[in-house]
Design a binder for this molecule. Structure first.
Ligand code: FAD
Ligand code: FES
Length: 261
């Protein structure tokens, strides 16, 4: 079994993002593959999974949604932050997919940013959709300037394309005739995206979020069907996910109870 030692690094930069998200840069260089995650540890509180937006310096973006992320919001530049990882199975870039579309919703911008960076370095054309509820919730607009084209979509039309991220993705698929689609975001959105990709006969890879305790395939809290999201994923093939009754419909809470998405 792979062991993951605890790494502790200084927070060198904190920056506010759209919505309730904050970006942290750490004085540390990591070798995460796009889509892999780390388990961030706050002493006396616990560990939570977070994506990696950049390896050097390690860059995280955290949305404030509950007790752990409330505590993260209290951290300052110069404080130390601990984590284990990188963990899990990330995105696979197919070298034959010359033109790729990335669809990111909410903090789904985090792992997909590292993917966009790698894809550009490897010579792919990279088109990106960043979906948000309103213009105030948009994240990573500047960071995704590395893309060949970025389309921001907002549900209320306050910025960019008016509509949801899947409608924006459909527009980009038609415009650029892309070869593959990659996404991270709300699971309902990704289910619609997987259905669109199936219709368009496009391969797609999707990064899931499930409740994680151990992060290394032992506790079973992150299961979808018979797969462990932490170890077999978090990135899965879209068409395979469409065969799951749970995908985009239900997940498990901290106590293991099934709850609707
Ligand atoms: C692989 C993966 C990557 C993630 N990457 C990011 C990221 O880059 N940025 C980001 O802001 N968030 C990310 N998340 C979600 C993040 O882990 C949760 O928002 C965080 O754990 C919430 O903790 P809380 O105590 O503040 O909120 P709570 O009040 O405990 O919960 C709020 C929400 O967060 C979910 N959550 C709580 N604990 C966990 C847990 N142990 N594992 C998974 N989900 C949990 C709950 O199901 C609930 O939907 C990721 C989750 C996974 C599984
Ligand atoms: S979090 Fe324990 S098996 Fe995935």
């Amino acid at each position: 079994m792979v062991e993951y030692p605890m790494i502790t690094a200084k927070i060198t930069k904190i920056q506010k993002e759209g919505g309730k998200a904050t970006t942290y840069e750490l004085a540390y260089e990591l070798g995460a593959e796009p889509g892999q995650f780390i388990m961030v540890w706050l002493p006396g509180i616990g560990e939570r999974p977070m994506g990696v937006a950049d390896n050097n310096p390690v860059t995280l973006t955290v949305a404030q949604v509950g007790s752990f992320t409330d505590e993260m919001k209290k951290l300052n530049e110069g404080d130390m932050l601990s984590f284990r990882g990188p963990m899990g199975h990330g995105f696979t870039l197919d070298e034959n997919a010359k033109k790729i579309l990335i669809v990111a919703g909410g903090t789904g911008v985090v792992p997909t940013h590292l993917l966009a960076k790698k894809a550009k370095q490897e010579g792919h054309k990279v088109y990106v959709v960043v979906g948000a509820r309103t213009k105030n919730d948009v994240c990573y607009e500047k960071k995704f300037k590395i893309a060949d084209e970025l389309l921001v979509s907002t549900d209320d039309g306050s910025k960019g394309f008016k509509g949801n991220a899947v409608q924006a993705a459909e527009k980009m698929i038609k415009k650029h005739k892309v070869d593959a689609v990659y996404s991270c975001g709300p699971e309902k959105m990704m289910r619609f995206l997987a259905e669109l990709c199936k219709k368009e006969k496009l391969p797609c890879q999707l990064s899931l979020e499930r409740y994680m305790k151990c992060g290394i395939g032992i506790c079973g809290s992150c299961m979808i069907g018979n797969k462990r999201v932490c170890k077999d994923g978090p990135v899965f093939n879209g068409e395979a996910l469409l065969t799951s009754k749970e995908f985009g419909k239900s997940k498990r809470d901290a106590g293991g109870r099934k709850i609707p998405i």
